[in-house]
Design a protein around this ligand. Structure first.
Ligand code: GLN
Length: 231
């Protein structure tokens, strides 16, 4: 393609929602620096590809639409590979195995997933956690950002939230262990997190997969994994 070179000289347009700790986040709202496992991984991938990054912080529910419209090249948003989404976007090879969990204050009285019946659950719009709540007929309070979901618990607005396990884990080790419980949801399956792309741009997906393979072969991927997940 004639325009291929010109395209590759432009930064990759990245869509994220930087409230998914420890995958993508900012130290505070005014910080320009994006931190986290997925951000580090993406920077390493871009370096392999010789591309710069232009990171755009948007609502999670807006990410698939921006890819479909061709306004962004890649989503780095802790996005779970699902059949529904795979009709709309392409996914890279997954880089993390996740799972949904319940996060609840210790004094909420919620001990199992069944205890959520009739209670209001905080969720982030457009996520698999929101989908779980809907499918199970739970009453929800909906937010654009995971940081607001966790805030909702700390101010006592809702007695529980449904989140990806690594996000809940990180929150507990940072500040919540003595105040919050993390509860398993029986029957929920593993969720595989991956980068997402516009359906028409298979080339970019292949390049990203090739770069990730390299980073796994040379140990860089494992180094980043250890840095953020300590395992
Ligand atoms: N992994 C979940 C999903 O894909 C949550 C992602 C997120 O909150 N950024 O829906």
């Amino acid at each position: 393609k004639a325009d291929k070179k010109a395209d590759a000289s432009k930064p990759l347009r990245v869509a994220t929602n930087a409230t998914f700790v420890p995958f993508e986040f900012k130290e505070d709202a005014n910080s320009k620096e994006y931190q986290g496992f997925e951000m580090d991984l993406l920077r390493a991938v871009a370096k392999e590809m010789g591309r710069d990054l232009e990171i755009n912080n948007i609502a999670f529910s807006g990410i698939i639409p921006t890819l479909q419209q061709g306004d962004m090249d890649i989503a780095a948003a802790g996005m779970t590979v699902t059949k529904d989404r795979a009709q709309k976007v392409n996914f890279s090879e997954p880089f993390y195995e996740s799972k949904l969990v319940i996060l609840t204050p210790k004094n909420s009285g919620i001990k199992t997933a069944a205890d959520l019946a009739g209670k209001q659950v905080a969720i982030q719009i457009g996520t698999t956690g929101a989908q779980y709540a809907e499918e199970n007929g739970l009453q929800t309070k909906q937010f654009d950002n995971n940081s607001e979901v966790i805030m909702e618990l700390s101010v006592g607005g809702s007695p529980a939230a449904i989140l990806d396990k690594p996000v809940a884990d990180y929150f507990l080790t940072k500040d919540g262990k003595d105040k919050y419980n993390e509860i398993e949801i029986p029957g929920t399956k593993s969720e595989y997190l991956a980068f997402a792309f516009n359906k028409d741009n298979k080339e970019l997906m292949n390049e990203v997969n090739a770069a990730m393979e390299k980073l796994k072969a040379n140990g860089e991927f494992q180094k980043l994994y250890k840095k953020w997940f300590n395992t």
